[in-house]
Write a protein that binds this ligand. Sequence first.
Ligand code: TPP
Ligand code: MG
Length: 325
Amino acid sequence: MQHKLARQFFYDMTLARQFEQAAAEQYTQGKIGGFLHLYPGEEAVAVGSLHAAEAGDYVVSTYREHVHAMVWGVSPSAVMAELFGRATGCSGGYGGSMHLYDVSRRFLGGYAIVGETFAIAAGVGYWLRLNDSTHIVICYFGDGAANQGTFHETLNMASLWKLPVLFVCENNRYQIGTEIHRHSAVPDIYRHASAYGIDGRQVDGMDVVAVYEATRSAVQHVRSGNGPYLIECETYRYRGHSMADSGAYRSALELAELRARDPLALFRERALTQEWLNESDCQEVEKAVEGVVVDAVRFADESPPPTDLSKDVYAVPLDLYGGRP
Ligand SMILES: Cc1ncc(C[n+]2csc(CCOP(=O)(O)OP(=O)(O)O)c2C)c(N)n1
Ligand SMILES: [Mg+2]
């Protein structure tokens, strides 16, 4: 692997880890309202897959999307400010953690409803096809979302219409506290794709290089007009489902086994062994990222809240219903 790409992978995964750690600290200080779903353990998925896409492609994600937004070019400061509900946030402070959005980056959210992303990705894919575009949509979803009706309806239509959508499953084994073998009759999520004539594969989601390589060939398949593709990344989240969840339903042994496969530590070690990076490159990145995260928190802290909360909020006039709410 080239030094430049290895450095980018290491930078993005380090930023992902440190940013989420800072978000957790800010949440406990009461600076972030609502729910907060963090990504540690899953970094290789967003980083490996998004680096296989091209500028101009569209990204649709879930409520666990801070890292996808940043890797796709939304600045850490604009993301942190959004978590704080500040006017300088990427959604103007109206959305918060689960509703990051930046149309200029073609980052189309951030959705709180499980399974909501599928139909949105299909809509964008349909529009791209109608316009003979060479761009594609990358649609992230969790293992739990694969049991929603929208997953099956969307896969069916996306296959029929050969939509340019790459579905990326972040299979972290849990839907909140319910383990996959209790919520999925067929726990290998990639196998669901075959029911709709869509090709799919499973990949080690703790290995950023493996995710990158698998996504590169999947992207090529989708971009060449062959219709959708589904990649299932086997990954793990080290924290609870959200800041409101301790994750106590998992055994210490399970956690220790998965911590031993930490995607960030694994990549650091491999990059040093393969001489893609040296120790001082890694330390330089770690130091630089520390500064970026401190700056993002300071920027969010010093930013004002939105001035007009009713702006861009649409409501049906009450008189449409004879004045009844
Ligand atoms: C339609 C719907 N049902 C239930 C919920 C509550 N809920 C929020 S997250 C979640 C679990 C989803 O798990 P998964 O898709 O595996 O994603 P992960 O959180 O593991 O990344 C549920 C059930 C919701 N947000 N939307
Ligand atoms: Mg899950």
